[in-house]
Design a protein around this ligand. Sequence first.
Ligand code: 5AD
Ligand code: SF4
Length: 476
Amino acid sequence: MTDKNIIAGAPTEEPARQQYFMEQVKKLVEAESAKKGRPLTCFINTFGCQMNARDSEKLLGILKEAGYEEGTDENSDFVLYNTCTVRENANLKVYGRLGYLSGVKRKNPDMMIALCGCMMQEPEVVAKIKKSYRHVDLIFGTHNIFKLAELLYERFMEKKMVVDVWEGTNEIVEELPIERKYPFKSGVNIMFGCNNFCSYCIVPYVRGRERSREPEDIIKEIEGLVADGVVEVMLLGQNVNSYGKNLEQPITFAELLRRVEKIEGLERIRFMTSHPKDLSDELIETMKNSKKICSHLHLPLQSGSSEILKRMNRKYSKEQYLALVEKLRAAMPDISLTTDIIVGFPGETEEDFEETMDVVRKVRYDSAFTFIYSKRTGTPAAAMPNQVPEDVVKNRFDRLLREVQDIAAEVVKRHEGTVQKVLVEEIDTHEAGFVTGRLSNNTVVHFAGDASLIGKIVDVSLDEAKGFYYMGSLVK
Ligand code: 5AD
Ligand code: SF4
């Protein structure tokens, strides 16, 4: 029987088709493993955002179902890079690692190297890999990660580089295996893609148009997670505020949150990311009245200059952003706000930059991710005149970072001396006999404890603020 016949025998419906290929690959992996006299291992290196982190859990779920054991590093039999392309340096990192992998593969010629994620959605990238990185075995994109088992099967059969990148999709395949990194918390995709086309951003091009999952599917997934020990979920979408608008039976994000809140046994709800342009009063009201939604909002500013915001296509002004913050704080005085800021967008003047600094001083963020503008080919901003010189950008970036850090140190300190609920996440990597956890507002706390606390929500006294984290002690 030829491989084509086997593929012809595969079910056409998902997820049955992928189940079939997971079984087929498993047979091949088992045969290989018998030959080598050891299990075959897989390793996923994830770049970028929480979307990618969640995708990697799905990819690992498929690989384990297909017979691989999880390895600890790139000396594994199947190495997969889940890539990011939001800034140029994310791409450079991947090329660097690929160079390194060619040496690893020379020592283990049977190993397979696979690439997926946002970078692979760019045709120039795939062309470059095909030409200069011939040791890569498999390339796929953001839209077809559910197909990993089928693609892997193809690679096993055809013994040459397999490339399958989709331009877009309307398909959302439910119910494939997932291997979670943490037993007690989990990301949950509520939507995929983005329709906003901020002028600097490549995401809408590589993640496609907005698609929301059905609320019933989301609830079912979270109920399953809770039954499996999860107490905290992070609802994921590029812009959760537009969740549900395009469903056959439209539903708002706030309504989804209220339904998630009702799930018994779930303790904490987080979400990411919220675009300031369409954050509704209904959402603020829902957050305010909720017992489970965490006291934290990530509200990307990008720039404090209304002129730059207009050219970024962000659809709000400095004043509207500040008014929104005021409204949020009026409803929830204690809420922690965090943000993303880009420095050096084309045409950014010193005055524009000062507007950003002004917003930072007015809002007083608990923390902020600051980025140097990175030109992404194909986005409108890449073609804009007046790209800001590197030394000017660097100078502004350093000033912004200092301001953000100084303010955060003061702001984070506001809970010093209080007792707060902490979800314990892991053994402290810096200090023996300590564990690390998070407050509802996402601030990290280290305190004396052992592995038995992991996954539990405990009372911790916040003894001393140390910049962006706390040292605390368990309240017995
Ligand atoms: N250059 C720099 N930062 C960017 N981001 C998105 N695109 C770019 C770019 N071209 C930042 C934004 C976004 C975060 C995820 O990445 O701040 O909110
Ligand atoms: Fe990019 Fe803007 Fe969409 Fe965020 S909202 S992913 S910054 S285009």
